[in-house]
Design a protein around this ligand. Structure first.
Ligand SMILES: [Zn+2]
Length: 301
């Protein structure tokens, strides 16, 4: 199976160099505030996509169980060290383009500073939609190409790409900034309703961070976050989106948990419209006129 390239943080000291010693206290606090404003108070199961070393995980403790997913094992090992091994956390190394969860499983999902690395963002968003249950909440952060700094640089001729066009810009290999309208369209096309938008890091400017205490910038940013409902000109944008699945889809999601492949035992089977497919032995089990038929697999020809 071919999937888009993945930005792999395997062996990276990202947590230490970028967060712990990188002067990112301001960004970290603004995210803490935004998550408080957007995240449901609690729930059963939350999926944290691109959890990295678990920097944001303690902010999700209202949930009974948290699944931390990252492509890099070493990032997850750092998260284990930080959070401790407990039943509350499930650590999963996997590819966001091929999520290993059954459909309709999660009450909520978060993806912070991760879309930024996605060559095929719509594909990832489709996967996330599948694993959320009906009424599931998705908190998405993305890097905004239409930010004030990019607009000024473009106007002065110091930046080649236009911040106003709708396509993503890959300014460094596997680092993308997105137009807010494009991200909204992707979500809506996949059945999400956008409930809230906050803008963050309005004051991510070197000299401001040197002059003013972090607490003041964080406070000002927390006020400015609400303007995200009207316009988005900051480098970082948070969206809270909700998925409502039809009753039919919800029942189908749950129904798939009932079945396993009668030949090899693999579960769950994958819904393919007029058949269910076994991801292991590739056999196809027919669904015709409302009858699941496990007598003989469909012979494709
Ligand atoms: Zn099978």
């Amino acid at each position: 199976m071919t999937t888009p390239p993945v930005c792999d943080y395997e062996g990276s000291d990202y947590q230490t160099s970028f967060w712990d010693k990188g002067g990112r206290e301001y960004e970290d606090h603004t995210e803490e505030i935004a998550l408080k404003r957007l995240l449901p108070k609690g729930g059963h199961l939350l999926l944290e996509l691109g959890a990295g070393a678990g920097r944001n995980t303690p902010r999700y403790l209202g949930f009974e169980r948290i699944v931390l997913l990252d492509y890099s094992r070493t990032q997850l090992e750092q998260a284990q060290e930080r959070l401790g091994k407990s039943d509350k956390y499930v650590f999963v190394a996997a590819d966001v383009y091929r999520l290993p969860f059954v459909d309709g499983l999660f009450d909520a999902a978060t993806m912070i500073r991760v879309l930024h690395h996605m060559a095929d963002a719509p594909k990832a968003l489709g996967q996330i939609k599948n694993v959320l249950g009906s009424g599931g909440v998705f908190i998405l952060e993305f890097a905004n190409k239409l930010n004030l700094k990019a607009i000024v640089r473009y106007a002065l001729g110091r930046q080649k790409w236009s911040p106003f066009t709708r396509e993503p810009v890959e300014f460094v290999k596997l680092n993308f900034d997105f137009h807010p309208q494009t991200v909204r369209n992707w979500l809506v096309e996949r059945g999400f309703t956008i409930e809230k938008t906050l803008t963050l890091s309005h004051f991510r400017v070197g000299f401001l961070k040197r002059i003013f205490p972090t607490s003041i910038l964080v406070f000002l940013d927390s006020l400015f976050q609400w303007t995200g409902a009207f316009w988005q000109l900051s480098p970082s944008v948070f969206i809270r989106a909700k998925i409502q699945k039809g009753k039919q889809q919800e029942i189908l999601d749950k129904l798939l948990l009932l079945f396993k492949c009668p030949d090899c035992g693999r579960s769950p089977l994958v819904e393919k419209g007029d058949y269910l497919e076994c991801s292991n032995c590739k056999k196809k089990w027919g669904v015709k006129d409302g009858i699941y038929d496990f007598r003989e697999p469909i012979v494709s020809g």
